[in-house]
Design a protein around this ligand. Structure first.
Ligand code: NAI
Ligand code: MG
Length: 494
């Protein structure tokens, strides 16, 4: 079994696996600025406070750039610009013309795909394979998909009167920085709204590159405004009286604060929050594929995925086999330099998140669960965690109930369908689930009984712009993607 850190193998041994030479993606073509300002009313402007903060590369702990910290007065300026653009320009433009701008943004993003992928990896710590093959192409596809709807709203919602909401405020997290910006901006524009968006404090750079792309597209000034900052900047957006809709993706705690703040104001709200999703393996499942699905479900993006398959349920008769195969597979995962094309697990997004994950690993041990981690070496610098499994996990334990948001999987077994449905639904969350079985009827039975917004059958973590995504219970409400995601940015009347 490969223990890697790019060790040389003497003979070609197909049974024992082999190691790869390092294959780092070049960064020579990327020119980051030292400092990024706010994008308000079609211009890059310094924040009123004059304050900036640093964003770092979590794989090296090196500072990448400084970004502006917008305060309430900057937010007010951006909302005024967005209102003026909505009233005077964007709502007056024909839907067909609005669509053309969205297509243009999508095409410019494609042209700069390589730069966007490298910067995403530098700023967020996610592997280049993922930012190159998943985040950036999907982000482009969201713009393409919603561009197509811009002039077809009456077909999207037949026999209804649809109209834009006005100014939308959008706050996004650090796990899929560019992709979440695309999920938010593309449907808002297609529906005819204007935007004030705030990226997360640890991952602002691709949003600022997107601001440059939007600027280059010639989108009328004020239609999209991008403001970097911390939670206080987000709160200023949420509390601004002249915003018609808030869309938030992030933690359940902040989601609750926002829901309270918005209550009674007439602002429309969608919340996409945390999760603790069940990945369920039945004894008749194709076991090897299921093991790959488990790995993808929890280790994709270092486990920083709201719909991560973080609770594994394995039918008792195949539990030993699945757990052994999973442990073997864990040992083959490359953890390290996110820019290396061979890397499977990159850096944890921030020091704070690393501490949270370590805290939960300790809680798991203290609660009496059995821990297994891969034996790979970790880089000396940067924030890294070995992929980790817990067996002998009690349903009531904190590691089985609370979102860890890292490469940590809890494993429980079950005997009957009723038992696993009950256990899977026994969670404050309800975002996603996976079901692995050979039986089609069982898949339909499970999908109707699991309280989760998205259910994958014999696969996991598959995303497409046409497909709605969102949760139940503490995972939030409202859907993003597809027609449902478009409807969330429209007033729909009879
Ligand atoms: P967070 O919810 O604090 O951050 C998300 C976004 O909200 C950021 O842009 C942040 O600046 C902004 N924000 C923070 N406070 C705000 C406020 N009062 N009003 C408006 N906006 C505000 O998430 P955080 O602290 O970075 O992560 C903590 C935990 O949240 C993670 O360990 C994970 O469990 C969960 N999380 C879930 C995400 C998801 O995709 N569902 C994404 C990020 C975090
Ligand atoms: Mg960063």
């Amino acid at each position: 079994m490969s223990k890697h850190k790019h060790k040389k193998t003497e003979a070609f041994d197909f049974n024992g696996g082999w190691d790869y030479s390092p294959s780092p993606e070049s960064t020579g073509h990327v020119k980051l600025k030292e400092r990024y300002d706010l994008y308000i009313d079609g211009e890059f402007v310094a924040p009123n406070s004059g304050k900036y903060f640093q964003t770092t590369n979590p794989a090296t702990e090196k500072v990448l750039a400084e970004v502006a910290h917008a305060d309430e007065s900057d937010v007010d300026k951006a909302v005024k610009a967005a209102r003026k653009a909505y009233e005077n320009v964007w709502s007056k433009l024909s839907a067909k013309e609005r669509g053309k701008y969205i297509y243009r943004i999508a095409r410019l993003m494609q042209e700069k795909a390589r730069e966007l992928a490298v910067v995403e990896t530098l700023d967020a710590g996610k592997t280049i394979r993922e930012s190159r093959d998943v985040d950036v192409p999907l982000a482009c596809n969201h713009f393409f998909y919603y561009a197509g709807w811009a002039d077809k709203l009456e077909y999207a919602f037949p026999n209804r009167n649809v109209s834009a909401l006005g100014v939308t405020g959008q706050i996004i997290p650090w796990n899929f920085p560019l992709l979440m910006a695309a999920w938010k901006i593309a449907p808002a524009l297609a529906a005819g709204n204007t935007v004030v968006l705030k990226p997360a404090e640890t991952t602002p750079l691709t949003a600022m590159l997107l601001a440059e792309i939007i600027h280059e597209s010639g989108l009328p000034a004020g239609v999209v405004n991008i403001l970097t900052g911390y939670g206080d900047t987000g709160a200023a957006i949420v509390n601004h009286p002249d915003i018609n809709k808030i869309a938030f993706t992030g933690s359940t705690n902040v989601g609750k604060i926002i829901q309270k703040a918005v209550a009674g104001t007439g602002k429309k709200l969608t919340l996409e929050l945390g999760g603790k999703s069940a990945n369920i393996i039945f004894e008749d499942a194709p076991i090897d594929q299921a093991v790959e699905g488990i790995v993808n479900g929890i280790f994709f993006n270092q486990g920083h995925v709201c719909c991560a398959g973080s609770r594994l349920f394995v039918q008792e008769s195949v539990a030993d086999e699945v757990i052994q195969k999973l442990k073997d597979r864990l040992d083959t995962l490359y953890v390290g330099d996110p820019l290396d094309k061979n890397t499977d697990i990159g850096a944890i997004n921030s020091k704070e998140q690393l501490e949270t994950i370590r805290k939960y690993i300790k809680i798991g041990k203290d609660e009496g669960a059995s821990m297994y981690e891969s034996s790979c070496e970790l880089p000396k610098k940067g924030y890294f965690v070995r992929p980790t499994l817990f067996t002998d996990v009690a349903q009531s334990s904190r590691i089985a109930q609370e979102e860890i948001f890292g490469p940590v999987l809890t494993i429980q077994t079950f005997r009957t369908i009723d038992e696993v449905i009950q256990k899977a639904n026994n969670s404050p969350y309800g975002l996603a689930a996976g079901v692995w079985t050979d039986k089609g009827s069982r898949i339909f039975n499970m999908t109707s009984k699991l309280r989760a917004g998205v259910i994958w059958a014999n696969t996991y973590n598959k995303f497409d712009p046409t497909s709605p995504f969102g949760g139940y219970k503490e995972s939030g409400f409202g859907r993003e993607g597809g027609l449902q995601g478009l409807g969330a940015y429209l007033k729909i009347e009879r």
